[in-house]
Every structure is written in C-alpha cells, then in structure tokens.
Design a protein around this ligand. Sequence first.
Ligand code: FDA
Length: 457
Amino acid sequence: MTEITRDVVIVGAGAAGLTAANELKKAGLSVAVLEARDRVGGRLWTDVIEGAMLEIGGQWISPDQTALIETVDELGLETFSRYREGDSVYVGPDGAAHRFQGEMFPVAPETEAEIARVTDLLDEMVAGIDPDRPWAHPQAAEWDAISWDAWLREQSDDDEAVRNLAFATGSAMLTKPTHAISLLESLLMAASAGSYSHLVDADFILDKRVVGGLQQVPLLLAERLGDDVFLNQPVRTLEWSDEGVTVTSDGMTVRARRAILALAPVLYSRISFVPALPRLQHQMHQHLSMGFVIKVHAVYETPFWREKGLSGTAFSPYELSHEAYDNSNHGDERGTLVGFVSDLNADGVFALSAQERKERILTSLSHYYGPEALDPVVYYESDWGSEEWTRGAYAASFDLGGLSRYGAYLREAVGPIHVACSDMAGAGYQHVDGAIRMGRLVASQILETRAEDGSGS
Ligand code: FDA
C-alpha cells in the first residue's frame, strides 16, 4: 500500500478533476489524482474499434462553450466542422422521409406555427433564468413541480408540435422520458446553452470536433501532471475532519488538506465517508439520477448519403434513433454516421438480443438515409449504462422538484470535501465545457482558503 501526502487529493481524472488539478498545481499546491479506471478522461473516450476511430463519449463543441474552446486552444489542438452541406431529413408521423433545409422541420403550416409560438415563449422564459442559479427564479418551485411533457401539453394540442418541442431537452439532452423531468430542468438545459433556440439548432450545438478526438483534452491535461495521476485506484474510503482528509483506494492512501470529488454525483455513495456526510447531502444525492442514451456508430466504405445531397443531419420524434448525424472523421475517406437511442427506447432495445438490437437500430437509420445504411463495415454501440464508473449518459439531473429544493447546495463543500463535475454546472451543464468550468471554480475556492490552510509553497 503506497502512502503519500499532498495539499489536495482529487478523486476522478475526468475533465473536471484534471482541470482542477492543473489549476492548483500551477498555483504551487501539490496534488494527487486518483482514477478508478485504467485510463483518464471519464466520459471522454476516443478509441479505435475494428480500425475505425470512434468518439465513444463526448465529442462536439458549440461556440458558446468558451471554457472548453480556451482549453482546446491552449493545448494546441485543431478543430474541424461537422459536415453540413445538403438537405437534412425529417421523418414525420406518416413514416416517410422528408428533406428540408434550415432549422424548422417540414411539418404542416399550423404545426410550424405552434412550434414557432412555443419556441418564442420558451426563449422568453429561458432569458429570465440564470443557469448558475435556476432555483433563484421567482417561479422556480412552480416550474419544478410540473413535468416537461405536462407543461408542453398545456401549451398546445398539436401532438406533432409537442413531440418536436419536447425532444430537444428530453431524448436529445437530459435523455430521460419527458414526463420524468421538470419544466425547470428543461429551462436550465436551454439556459446553459444560451437559449432554447440554440439547443434546436444542430449547426450551433454540434458545431466543431477535435481532430484526433476530444479525449486528447484529458490526456494532455494528465500529461502535464505527470506522476501525480494514479490509475486503477478506485477510492473506497474518505475519512475527514477539520484537520484534513485521508483517502484510501485499492492500492494507496493519500493524506491531504482538502479533497475534490470530481466524479458523477450519483457515484458518491460508492465511497464510505467517515464520519458520514450530513443529512442534507444524503438526501440531495438520492434525488439525482443519470440519463440513459445509446450512442450508435456505423461506419461505411464511403459517406454514401452525401452523393444523394444529404448532409447526414436527421431527426424524428417517431423514430427509434431520434437524431443522427454525419460523424466522419477529419480526412477520412470512409463515412461514419452517429445515431442516438434514448431513455425508454434504449430500455426497449436492451431487452433484445445484440443482433436484433443492431437490426432495429440500423433499420431506423435506413429510414433517414436509405437501404445502404443497413450494411456498415463497422458497427458499435457506446453503452455507458453498463460502465461501473459512470452508469449512464450523458449526465445526471434532478427528479421532479429536486432542482428547486436542492440545487443551491449541490456545489457546496462539506468541511474539507469539495465537488466538481459537469453534472452540477450552470453554463455548459452536462457538457465538457461545464466540467472545465466546475474544475476552475473548485480550484479557485480552494486557493481562497490557502492562507487558512497554510498549504503550498
Ligand atoms: P467524468 O464522469 O468524465 O469523470 C469522472 C471520473 O471519475 C471518471 O474518470 C471516473 O472513472 C472517475 N471515478 C468515478 N468514481 C471513482 C472513484 N470512486 N474513485 C476514483 N475515480 C472515480 N459533452 C460535450 O460537451 N459534447 C458532446 O458531444 C458530448 N456527448 C456525450 C456523449 C456521450 C455518449 C457521453 C457519455 C457524454 C457526452 N458529453 C458530451 C458529456 C461529457 O462527456 C461529460 O459531461 C463530461 O466529460 C464529464 O466530465 P466530468 O469530469 O465532470 O466527469
């Protein structure tokens, strides 16, 4: 058992933990990052599967994600734009593929008018929400007591309009059934991206990717920390008092003045805290749960859809894969499609055999792109639900009423135990940008206590 002493011990080598560790080290504090897995990056994972480079976790960067953009620039990484020339495809209730351009789906004029009317209303409501303090809005408790689905159904009788409005924050973002998330959670999701209109604009929200993969961000951040990152060290116990912390993993004990929990908050209960965390934390953490989405990768000899004048961008609230995109790698002659299967649909296909699931998902993709989609040369499903150290995708959100009840306390330290994760971010909520923002915030909080701690050089 290795025993070491540091100023700060960080649990988790994802974007949040590695950002915090780098900020603290730059300021002269000594750090140790303990990571449960045999790799860094957490929900950022770029891997080669059967010869194809795939972004198994997070990959896209939008223009408002300035913390991530600064980090990518500072690390010297190159970005490229998602392919977007040609028509998008929408599959409506008739089951037919309709081509369109721009942001509005090709629906009947009355449905289009309903979508536009409710979008304006949502943009107005979102403008009044501070993503860092959604619970402070005067109507927060009221908006947190109604489900996203129920609220939308109160706004419009047009089922197709409601389904299209619902999935932007539902299946596509929070990845939970729309009856299981509150209106306030939906507004936070939209506010974290600047507006509801931003979320439905694929060209905005899914703008850029990093050449060679987004996992390079945590890999390069870890490289700067050198021997201070310890892999295969799942933290089991955290003893704490006013004097500091003692953190024990499978192979190490780290004594430090402070700890940062930089893991998804749904996993805090995997650690034994001695003494136990206070009542508020015990309650609050039980009201958070992970969303659930399968990210499906299908690689073809060529991007055949481009020859048909299709951009690869496809949506349908009626399809198993409710959205799909051209995800071809930079400079790669092969074509890659990425599709997403969320919440109840994901439950449904995981009840099938792997072969049946693949057939069902590829059939759904073929409804957008034609029969060529049925025969990829590489097929892979990112299944984060079965990952012990994540347990879902993309991130965690509160149950109905939880955000207004507990949100204000989620980022608060308990004694020497601090927290940072994308799942508690305001701007960049549930995204890498939010993880970096939370990593920076927790580092600045710890640096403020430096005189009191007498830590660092
Ligand atoms: P993260 O979960 O990454 O890191 C926590 C770390 O703690 C992990 O490495 C874990 O192994 C470790 N850990 C857990 N328990 C531990 C213990 N007991 N001891 C030690 N270590 C422990 N975002 C985006 O900006 N653009 C996108 O396109 C996407 N798309 C996307 C797709 C998919 C499929 C996923 C799963 C996620 C995304 N995201 C995304 C979200 C984004 O990837 C995510 O928000 C951040 O990477 C989270 O970073 P954190 O550091 O906060 O947590």
